[in-house]
Design a protein around this ligand. Structure first.
Ligand code: ADQ
Length: 740
């Protein structure tokens, strides 16, 4: 819109320029014409007055001359007369000119000297006058002069009138032209372009069944509109074929799953039953920045995995609103459509008080259950007050879900993670017809470790409300079954992996989670941009390592740095030639343990850097902030080696993201044996992160692996991630849940 106003402004300036130039010429011509006409009339008048004045002048009848002058004063445009003798002294003067005669004397003297008429325009008593003097004769000699004063102010009035008229006309013209231009732009350009964009958008998204929104028919856009109609037709055809193929592929779970195939699956197998996704963390967090509102996708493996499913399936995602602009971006039902740029599903936000968040999220979930489930040797802390908040907030989530599913028959409710362990039981008790699943994204420890939790029975009972309980690996399923058998009374089927309690059976199954494998056509490979990018970060080394994590003690970042120290000490040829970039998103920073961990990490980075720093180079570069997905992908693509050294990790999606980003089939993954991902990505260099020497060796092997070996390994890992992507994960999980 700014550009349109600028264009209108330029047009108006040009028109104004033309009008002003034209008016100037018109005014000059008119002034010339009026003055010439006044001069001619003045000469005629002066000559005719001379006939009367001259005899009286020669007869020296001063009184008669004064009478004559008085008689002609203020007659129409004639303002007055003055009669001079040959010395330039006045003999008779119109009363209106008495005070001015001295000023005008020169005109009369010049006329006498030249023995001819002499005139000029002068300002008298604030009025513009034309003064004309002609000589008076006795016989042949000049004996005096007659000067007449003509009112010339009407010339200025006339010229001002021309300016006024023309400027008024300009104003009217400019307003009309601006309005006309804006209307024309709107009708001929903005509206048609808006329709073209709408049509292209609906072509790209799913709405091909709907009629194309009024494509423009005007002359300029007709060829483009025709082309879009053709593209829509072709795309519709292609989608039909893709749907058919997807249907044929439904039974063959080995063929790759795509977003499209998942959509067809939902339609065919789920018969369009609505999916209600529930998690603590929301997929889009809105924040205030000055006067504008931005959003970001949080650093969370759960969000990375679940978001593409929701984009494919639609439905409602219920989660805690945690951004400072979250409340102002929802409607009266606390809902908004997301993704913000191209909405595909609904996000419903739940609000928690500070006390609730402190007890439920920071306290019981992250200081209790998180360290309890991760064997990373950080002690869990259990407080009664936190547990009370945890129960309360789980109840709040359950109530919100129950309200949402009130009028929905056989809804599918998928609960994510350890924050909401009590929700499945509450939902199932109120709505036995609902299909309820819970997926535990983190490890389930062995029964002995779990037994330290004071509220273990309540947690297990809450989870057993679900029809399907999913874990990342078979080992976690086994640990869970073992924990159930140890802690509560129930009927267990170790073959089928089911738990039956109070007449309700829960299925326990592994579903190794994954990512949406990126579309290769959207992938840009590393190129000369990479060098520039690294230069901008002041990184000039030949070899680059990368680590991408939330700042969490379970991710083994300190152990990673120790391994880098061992590597550089053992292989000094790499000193100055290897840079390790650690991208770390601040996480749970209100918890003391996490604050201590961040401080320890910063100190460790400093320590390792001080050991090797030289000539402006240092081995470790820490970027401690949230990054966008595009930024992270850029780092994955430029790394020779990616280090994933978690002490314990349900899956670890960073490992899979790194593999998926390497469309060039280059780069090596060093992967902790304690991640779920290590079970699938067998071509990674598998390490025990507690063994610094082993990780250091793996870094060396990775950096020296031949390009051919790198390609072989990377190709195989890419096949694994591509085939077992997040669409397949959700299809397999949903297939089980609808068949229970
Ligand atoms: P997380 O512990 O959150 O997930 P992970 O699977 O590694 O761990 O996923 C982290 C995600 O955050 C990745 O998508 C990564 O790209 C992103 N991320 C990391 N650093 C970031 C940064 N600085 N800025 C922005 N984004 C960043 C939990 C379990 C995992 C399990 C997942 C999914 O702990 O074991 O794999 O759930 O089930």
């Amino acid at each position: 819109m700014k550009q349109i106003f600028a264009a209108v402004f330029v047009i108006i300036v040009i028109i104004s320029f033309i009008v002003v130039a034209f008016t100037l010429t018109q005014v000059q011509q008119e002034e010339q014409r009026l003055k010439t006409s006044l001069k001619q009339r003045s000469i005629l008048l002066a000559e005719s007055l001379k006939e009367t004045v001259q005899p009286n002048f020669i007869n020296k009848s001063d009184q008669q001359l004064q009478n004559l002058v008085d008689k002609f004063e203020d007659k129409q445009r004639l303002a007055g007369m003055v009669i001079y003798d040959s010395k330039g002294d006045t003999i008779a003067t119109s009363s209106s000119l008495i005070t001015q005669v001295l000023k005008t004397k020169k005109i009369a003297e010049d006329a006498m000297d030249a023995d001819g008429a002499n005139g000029d325009f002068v300002e008298l008593t604030n009025e513009k006058m034309y003064l004309l003097a002609i000589p008076l004769h006795d016989e042949e000699s000049v004996v005096g002069a007659l000067m007449i004063a003509q009112d010339a102010s009407y010339i200025d009035t006339r010229l001002t009138g021309i300016w006024k008229n023309n400027l008024l006309r300009l104003f009217v013209q400019a307003s009309l032209i601006s309005a006309a231009i804006l209307l024309i732009i709107r009708w001929l350009i903005v509206e048609p372009i808006r329709n073209l964009v709408k049509s292209l958008k609906s072509t790209r998204t799913e709405d091909l069944e709907q009629n194309s929104p009024g494509l423009p028919t005007n002359f300029f856009f007709r060829p483009l509109a025709k082309e879009i109609t053709n593209i829509r037709g072709k795309l519709k055809e292609a989608r039909l074929i893709a749907d058919e193929e997807a249907k044929l592929g439904l039974e063959k779970l080995n063929s790759p799953w795509t977003e499209q195939r998942l959509k067809v699956f939902i339609k065919d197998v789920l018969k369009d039953r609505t999916i209600f996704m529930v998690s603590n963390r929301e997929p889009y967090i809105h924040t205030k920045k000055g006067r504008s509102i931005n959003y970001y996708i949080p650093a969370s493996g759960m969000v990375t995995a679940i978001e593409p499913i929701m984009e494919a399936c639609g439905g409602i995602w219920i989660a805690q609103g945690s951004g400072d602009a979250d409340k102002i971006t929802v409607d009266k039902d606390d809902k908004l459509n997301v993704p913000p740029e191209e909405p595909k599903y609904t996000l419903k936000r739940i609000w928690l008080s500070e006390k609730e968040e402190a007890g439920y999220y920071y306290g019981f979930s992250n200081e209790g259950l998180w360290p309890l489930c991760h064997i990373a040797y950080t002690r869990p802390t259990f407080r009664k007050e936190d547990w009370e908040e945890y129960k309360k907030v789980n109840g709040k989530f359950a109530q919100t879900i129950l309200t949402e599913i009130k009028n929905i028959e056989r809804p599918i409710v998928l609960i994510q993670d350890f924050h909401l362990a009590l929700v499945p039981r509450i939902i199932k008790n109120s709505r036995p017809d609902a299909s309820v699943g819970i997926f535990w994204h983190i490890p389930w420890p062995n029964s002995e470790s779990f037994s330290v939790c004071p509220w273990k029975k309540e947690i297990i009972d809450g989870i057993l409300g679900a029809d399907l309980i999913g874990f990342q690996t078979q080992l976690h399923c086994n640990n869970f079954i073992e924990t159930v058998s140890r802690e509560i009374e129930s009927l267990l089927d170790f073959e089928q992996l089911t738990v039956t309690r109070n007449g309700h059976t829960s299925f326990v199954k592994p579903f190794p989670i994954s990512i949406a494998f990126p579309n290769p056509s959207k992938e840009k490979s590393a190129n000369s941009d990479t060098r520039k990018f690294l230069k901008s970060l002041n990184i000039k080394t030949k070899y680059i390592g990368v680590g991408v994590d939330r700042l969490d003690y379970t991710k083994g970042i300190l152990e990673r740095l120790k391994a880098i120290e061992i590597f550089l000490k053992k292989y000094p040829a790499y000193v100055g030639n290897f840079s390790f970039i650690q991208i770390a998103a601040p996480s749970r920073s209100k918890i003391k343990e996490y604050q201590k961990f961040t401080e320890a990490l910063e100190k460790e980075v400093e320590r390792v850097n001080n050991l090797f720093r030289k000539n402006g180079w240092k081995p470790v570069i820490l970027f401690k902030r949230h990054h966008t997905r595009e930024e992270i992908s850029r780092f994955y693509k430029l790394a020779n080696v990616c280090l994933v050294t978690s002490l314990h990790d349900g899956m670890n999606l960073v490992a899979k993201e790194f593999v998926a980003a390497r469309g060039d089939n280059k780069g090596v993954l060093v992967l902790s044996q304690f991640t779920g991902a290590a079970r699938e990505l067998k071509d990674a260099l598998i390490v025990n992160p507690y063994n610094g020497e082993q990780t250091a060796e793996a870094i060396k092997v990775a950096l020296e692996l031949s390009p051919l070996e790198q390609t072989k390994k990377m190709r195989r890992m890419r096949e694994v991630v591509k085939n077992y992507n997040i669409y397949r994960w959700s299809a397999e999980l949903l297939k089980v849940i609808v068949n229970i």
